[in-house]
Design a protein around this ligand. Structure first.
Ligand code: MN
Length: 133
């Protein structure tokens, strides 16, 4: 057994994020494990750039309202307790709604991420599905 003491919170880079987003590492498996878990906190309006993951990614919403969109789809609105799975290679973005902070736990394997262009304000403000309010 090993106690993994908390590492400093990381500011996520402007190159790949719009607005303020911060990450805490929860767990990072040593090879041959490729397990990854981060808690990520987004300020209102903050979001990732478009990207895809080599082996997919699960996002567990902890707090706030999450907006998540796959290329060509509507924006999915997810709330605390929801998990959103994005399959390997599927281009997507995730972030906070414009008027709420949002925290999710991101679970994925391997650091193979293909980063693409930023999400424009027009894309971010597009039609939503899954709204429960
Ligand atoms: Mn992702």
């Amino acid at each position: 057994m090993e106690l993994l003491t908390k590492q400093p919170t990381m500011k996520l880079p402007e190159q790949w994020f719009t607005g303020d987003a911060w990450a805490d590492v929860i767990y990072r498996g040593e090879g041959p494990s490729r397990a990854r878990a981060n808690a990520v906190r987004f300020a209102p309006g903050a979001r990732t750039a478009w990207h895809s993951h080599g082996l997919g990614q699960a996002l567990y919403i902890v707090e706030g309202i999450a907006l998540i969109q796959s290329r060509g789809g509507e924006i999915l609105e997810a709330r605390p307790g929801d998990t959103v799975w994005t399959p390997a290679g599927e281009e997507h973005w995730h972030g906070a709604a414009p008027d709420h902070f949002m925290t999710h736990i991101a679970l994925w394997e391997t650091d193979e991420v293909a980063w693409l262009e930023h999400v424009t304000d027009a894309e971010y403000g597009g039609p939503r599905t899954g709204s429960r309010r």
